[in-house]
Design a protein around this ligand. Structure first.
Ligand SMILES: [Zn+2]
Length: 134
């Protein structure tokens, strides 16, 4: 019974822990930025150590240096820059704590791999992951 659930979703415990830390980091920002840094850094560390990849949109909201949850207007500054190239703008996010910056190219024509239908290998339903006594 236990083996079946492991096969269906490998690293489920790790994903659940990362999910909890990410949510805790995003909820604790108004009260304690230091604690948010700690939770964000732990989330990244668990991902790195267990070799489980973090969702790119999740990863982009955590500061690369200090681990602070980057929320524009609260803990980060967001600016759009014109790159003087063909229709290419970039989004610059600056952490308010450590002043680290992240730059992302904003291209409406580009679709990431995870947004494409071909990237979905299997969809797990909640009923399949639970252990049934048979
Ligand atoms: Zn930072």
């Amino acid at each position: 019974m236990g083996d079946k659930s492991k096969k269906l979703c490998q690293g489920k415990d790790t994903f659940e822990r990362m999910n909890f830390l990410y949510q805790a980091a995003s909820q604790i920002i108004p009260k304690s930025k230091a604690l948010s840094c700690y939770y964000g850094a732990q989330c990244k560390l668990i991902s790195k150590k267990s070799l489980q990849r973090m969702e790119p949109e999740m990863k982009r909201t955590i500061c690369k240096q200090c681990g602070l949850m980057l929320r524009p207007g609260v803990s980060a500054e967001l600016s759009i820059q014109d790159e003087h190239r063909d229709d290419v703008n970039s989004c610059l996010i600056k952490c308010n704590k450590c002043n680290a910056t992240k730059r992302y190219v904003v291209n409406p024509k580009y679709n990431g791999w995870l947004d494409a239908q071909e990237s979905v290998a299997e969809v797990l339903k909640p009923n399949e992951t639970t252990d049934k006594k048979q």
